[in-house]
Structures are given as structure tokens and as C-alpha cells.
Design a protein around this ligand. Sequence first.
Ligand code: SAM
Ligand code: SF4
Length: 359
Amino acid sequence: MNQTPMQSILHKPEFSQAELVQLLNASGDEEKALFSYASEVKQQHVGNTVYLRGLIEFSNICEKNCYYCGIRRDNTSTHRYCLTNGEVLEAIRFAHENGFGSVAIQSGELSSDAFIRKIDFILKEAMRMTNREIGITLSCGEQSEEVYRRWFESGAGRYLLRIESSSEELYYKIHPKDETHSFTKRLNALEALKKTGYQTGTGVMIGLPFQTAGHLASDLLFMKQFDIDMCGMGPYIEHTQTPLYKNRSELIPLQERFALSLKMVALLRILMPDINIAATTALQSIEKNGREKALCVGANVLMPNITPKQYRDDYFLYQNKPVSQQSNEDDLRFLEQQLKSIGHEIGYFKQGNSKHYRK
Ligand code: SAM
Ligand code: SF4
């Protein structure tokens, strides 16, 4: 049977930047062909098991001032919090007992000794409490190689540090250009994580002002070339109390950011068949079943929020961030049903480490 031009690109062993741009611009039948091929690749390499990481939004106190983020240092209208050790350990206990297999601890970036020691203590306690059964992903920003090593030795096996954009020029349009927001430092931090031995994850925001399909194609090639083990990427969503809000008229509509994000997930699955790819919360804030759609085109990890409810409104990164009113147990049962309806199942009691890393 004759292949369409899209199918002949899709089945090539590698994609050029121009081909990736073409694929990112796919619509209608071409987009369907892309999604269906990505879903095939996913089935072949990682199957239909979805691994859970109970997301603990540890603290919204941050030393940085990224132009897009609602919890940036200079946003004085944010009520700041940091969970107590007991609250974090209770969330970890919940995840462990309910078969999550893993948790992800995410927070604003702090470099103080107190912060470093607190994370270290929590890691050690979590390992002791769960007999090393719980997998832990950290996403606590840029730290020194020494700190990364300390946390790794205390029990964190994975680290997620988004490059946000692999274009240095675009990076400095969405971050201040200074010592604390250095693109080179970000790259070096990613290298340090890999060198330390973490399953290393990165990702980008999709649909940023000033961003083109060319930028996104280069982001995909960057992730491939860096040989990441996992990825968390999702749509950029504006927040009124941030400097980037003034550029909102330049944004593509939310639905287009959503569609583009699905294509990014699908293409990354084709480029890197055995890595872990998260279906991120930002997708769900645009479409209620956005995460399920991402699972159907290549994602294999979900991060249900298990932060104590009273703090969730304060971890306000962008508009319309979903906050469930249900109990964590009810959320889990609901998720299980949703996943069943799309032919997926939860990998209960499994850490769900990246197959790519294990190789
Ligand atoms: N502070 C750590 C860091 O920046 O790596 C981890 C926490 S930070 C809140 C996690 C991610 O949130 C960032 O990497 C960024 O991509 C995402 N984020 C922040 N503001 C966002 C926005 N307005 N829309 C979508 N994602 C956003
Ligand atoms: Fe802080 Fe991370 Fe938000 Fe930047 S993205 S302001 S480092 S929490």
C-alpha cells in the first residue's frame, strides 16, 4: 500500500528539525496518523501500564523570579507556606499504603542549609519508613553537585529539572538575565544530575510567547541528544501576577497550546520510545480529560496531587490550576475508572522506573 507523505516521514529512523516542524504543524488526518503511530510505539515499548507519582507540593517559597510563574519571589500577593516534616511524611505514608509506588516532591527553589537538610531528613525518613519501597522524584530546582549527591545518597532516585526552553535566546525572554537565572547554570545542573546517577528528567513549556514550532522542534532534539530518562512538559498558562502576563495578546489560544502539547508528547514518544513521559496537570487545566488524552498518544506517568488540601490553593503557578474537592482515596478510585475506560491500568505498588535508564 502507498504511504502518505506524513507516514513516510513518521517511519523514518530519525527526524530532521524541518521534519519535526512539519509534524508539529500536522492537523486533521495527518495529526491522527501521528497520534496513532505514537500510540503503537508506546504499546510496543512501555505498554499500557500507568505509573503513579503522588505529587507533594512541598513549599511555594522561592528565591527565583521566573517571568511566568505565580510563586516567583516578587509576587507579594502569594501566601507562602512550607509543609512540616510530619505533613510530608504523612503524604508519603498515604502514597506507600495505597500502592502509588512513587512520590514526587516539588517546590520553589531555595539554597539555604535549612532547606537542604530538611529535604535530606525527609528522604532518609521516607526510606526508613517504607523499607526503601517508595520511589522518590525530586523537583527542587538548581542545586550544587554536592547537594544533588547528598540527596541521591539519602534516597532520591529521580530528579526533574525542566530546561523550560532549549533556546538560550528564548530562555532569557522568560527569565531575568542574571546570576540566579543563568541558562548555562541550568545546563550544568542537568549534567550534574546525570553524572550523579539520577534518572534525569527535563521538559519545556509549550505555547510560550515568542516561541515558534522551530523552537519546539529543537527542544525535542535537545531532549534526544541529552539522552534524558524522563520528561514532564505541558502548556504554558498565563498568571495575572507575573511579568509575562503583559504578553498575553501574543499567545496562541489555549486549545491550540493543548493540541501542540499532545503533538509534543507523541513526537517525543516516537523519538525516545522507552523513556517515562508524564501527562502533566497543566493539560488537565485546559481540558478536563487532558491527561487521559496525553496517555493515549504517548505519556505513561501520572502525578495525582496528594498535598494536604489546605495548601493546594497557594501553590498557584497559573490560572485555573485544578484543585480536587474529593478525598485522595476517591480521586484514586475515579482515576482508576478513567484509565480503565481508555484501556490503561495503574501499575500499583511499582516504582515505575525509566526503562531507558535501566538499559
Ligand atoms: N522550582 C522548581 C523549578 O523551577 O525547577 C520546581 C517547581 S516549578 C513550579 C515546576 C514547573 O512549573 C516549572 O519547571 C515550570 O515549567 C512550571 N510552570 C511554572 N509556571 C508555569 C506556568 N505559568 N504555566 C505552565 N507551567 C508553569
Ligand atoms: Fe521558582 Fe520554579 Fe517558579 Fe521559577 S518556576 S519561580 S524556580 S518555583
